[in-house]
Ligand binder design. Structure first.
Ligand SMILES: Nc1ncnc2c1ncn2[C@@H]1O[C@H](COP(=O)(O)OP(=O)(O)O)[C@@H](O)[C@H]1O
Ligand SMILES: [Mg+2]
Length: 320
């Protein structure tokens, strides 16, 4: 198969951490042709989706003393050329958030591909449907108490009811802009003003879950089924567990409650074409559904001795 990956600049990716590289590597190993492109290199020509594609050869990482060893240069790309994306059997949309206007237009271009010929992972419609923070609200029964608003008075009232809360910008990732809110904090007004861009953008405010100190579990779902999990534990004085802010990763299992959460999500994820997602669960509550470029595969592979990238590619092979 020919597989195209829409990525951030390759030199910015971390081969020992990014799930995108894990999947590209698995595809190469299983004999597929791997191409890369970017959201800015998509076009519509004669009503078809095209992309400026560059073939890529990867130098696979290897596990040495429990760490991924990277061999430099870890990739080589050929000159890029415009190609009709219908020549590819799958396009992996793996651009990192934020979801910008350019990102949204890219989903409209990808929408022109017939899913029976070229599968887009995740489906363009699903990517537009599922804001990573807001989509969780579709599963309110397993979510902590939450409000979304830009109204300071409403946020303050919620905070006082809950005792402590976490504020989340709706377009962030990797812990960016996540704030702990305390009703006694004299910076409260200012924090809300900064986070809502002076009352222009709503934010999510959620009950603070003390269980977060024991970890924020990432569960990877493929076609709605859990295929692996990793726990991320905040380090030092930091309350956020994200790996990008120093969260320590640890092996874990999927509890019956978490399996129930996955089962609850499955029909909706399948209906929305969200084939590959990473959900975040804290203390048995769903806090985020990552659909754009969920991370965690490299860590799960390393800790569990599995190869989730290959699982994804085997699954893809079965779709045709
Ligand atoms: N309700 C909550 N209670 C306590 N901590 C939370 C809560 N929601 C998120 N966090 C912490 O903030 C981090 C980031 O939150 P998350 O909603 O996953 O956003 P993102 O990962 O996109 O930045 C989590 O890893 C977790 O440590
Ligand atoms: Mg998260």
């Amino acid at each position: 198969m020919k597989l195209a990956f829409i990525v951030d600049p390759l030199e910015k990716l971390d081969p020992g951490h990014d799930s995108t590289v894990a999947m590209m590597e698995a595809a190469q190993k299983l004999g597929h042709e791997v191409f890369v492109t970017s959201v800015g290199d998509l076009a519509v020509i004669n009503g078809q989706a095209w992309a400026k594609l560059a073939a890529v050869r990867l130098q696979p990482v290897s596990l040495v003393d429990g760490h991924w060893q990277v061999f430099q240069p870890w990739y080589e790309v050929s000159d890029s050329q415009w190609m009709d994306l219908t020549a590819c059997q799958a396009v992996f949309m793996r651009k990192d958030p934020p979801v910008t206007v350019q990102y949204l237009y890219a989903t409209f271009i990808l929408e022109l591909l017939a899913p029976t010929e070229t599968m887009v992972i995740n489906s363009p419609q699903g990517l537009r449907e599922a804001n990573e923070k807001m989509y969780t609200l579709q599963f309110a029964a397993v979510m902590p108490p939450t409000v979304v608003s830009l109204d300071k008075g409403l946020i303050r009232q919620f905070l006082e009811e809950q005792g402590a809360a976490v504020l989340k910008p709706l377009g962030g990732k990797a812990g960016e802009g996540i704030l702990f809110l305390d009703p006694g904090d004299r910076n409260f007004n200012s924090l809300v003003e900064i986070s809502t861009q002076q009352g222009r953008e709503p934010v999510m405010v959620q009950r603070f879950l003390p269980a977060a100190k024991d970890g924020d579990k990432r569960i990877i779902l493929l076609d709605g089924d859990p295929i692996g999990a990793v726990n991320r534990i905040p380090s030092g004085a930091e309350f956020r567990g994200n790996m990008a802010v120093g969260g320590r990763v640890a092996p874990t299992t999927i509890t019956p409650r978490e399996a129930e959460i996955c089962a609850l999500l499955k029909p909706k994820l399948q209906a929305d074409g969200l084939y590959l997602v990473g959900i975040d669960v804290i203390g048995g509550y769903l806090t985020e559904v990552n659909v754009t470029s969920p991370t965690g595969i490299r860590e799960i592979d390393r800790l569990e001795g599995v190869c989730l990238g290959e699982k994804v590619i085997y699954w893809l092979e079965k779709q045709f």
